[in-house]
Design a protein around this ligand. Structure first.
Ligand code: SF4
Ligand code: SF4
Length: 84
């Protein structure tokens, strides 16, 4: 399992989550509109959830249905196969 960053991060990108992640698995690139969590590096500690001022981060199994596409995107952006 992993945690997923969804729509609320878009154009916010304040990186508060990056500061609390113990394994540095939250990545940013200038050309990205949001940050992404590398699913194979995330240890599911949940610390980033409370750090996010816009509630953009969810455990993978709790991503709201309307943002389901963000789950796949958090995998494909790292060239990983998204879950079924
Ligand atoms: S759940 Fe923990 S390990 Fe995963 S991205 Fe958030 S802070 Fe990092
Ligand atoms: S704390 Fe939330 S809004 Fe800020 S960069 Fe991380 S996911 Fe995006």
């Amino acid at each position: 399992m992993t945690h997923i960053i969804a729509e609320p991060c878009i154009d916010v990108k304040d990186k508060a989550c990056v500061d609390v992640c113990p394994v540095d698995c939250i990545y940013d690139k200038d050309e990205w509109k949001q940050l992404y969590i590398q699913p194979e590096e995330c240890i599911d500690c949940g610390l980033c959830i409370d750090a996010c001022p816009v509630e953009a981060i969810f455990p993978e199994e709790e991503v709201p249905e309307k943002w389901a596409a963000f789950t796949a995107e958090n995998y494909t952006i790292f060239d990983l196969e998204p879950p079924e």
